[in-house]
Design a protein around this ligand. Structure first.
Ligand code: TYC
Length: 111
């Protein structure tokens, strides 16, 4: 390999040699999704707190805070995750609510 093959373009390009540009890093952060919890009039507050602790690993105090945010303002963010994890959590929480005969609903939306 001649030194023209490894010519640094930052030093100018005086000859006819191949110019090797530095490759851009090819990794991308995955798109993130919010798992949003919606208010309703029937799901017990304790059940919502339990869901936030068991499915989203929030400590009890934080789970109560999120539950009260949803209760007072209509919606709140349970967590932010890559697409597949957000999809799984949304499906698991909604199924768990249905099994317990509560209307609690979570949806996902782009963060
Ligand atoms: N509004 C419900 C009640 O008064 C409590 C509740 C909170 C329900 C959050 C759903 O996502 C929810 N029992």
């Amino acid at each position: 390999m001649s030194n023209e093959d490894t010519h640094d373009p930052r030093q100018g390009n005086p000859g006819q040699g191949l110019v090797l540009e530095e490759a851009k890093p090819k990794t991308k952060q995955p798109p993130l999704y919010k798992v949003v919890m919606l208010n309703d009039d029937y799901t017990p507050m304790d059940f919502v707190v339990q869901v936030l602790q068991q499915f989203f690993y929030h400590p009890r105090e934080k789970a109560v805070q999120i539950m009260l945010q949803v209760h007072s303002h209509g919606r709140g963010v349970a967590g932010v995750f890559p697409a597949e994890i957000a999809e799984t959590k949304t499906a698991l929480v909604n199924a768990f609510a249905r099994q317990n005969h509560h209307p609690l609903l979570t949806v996902m939306e782009k963060a």
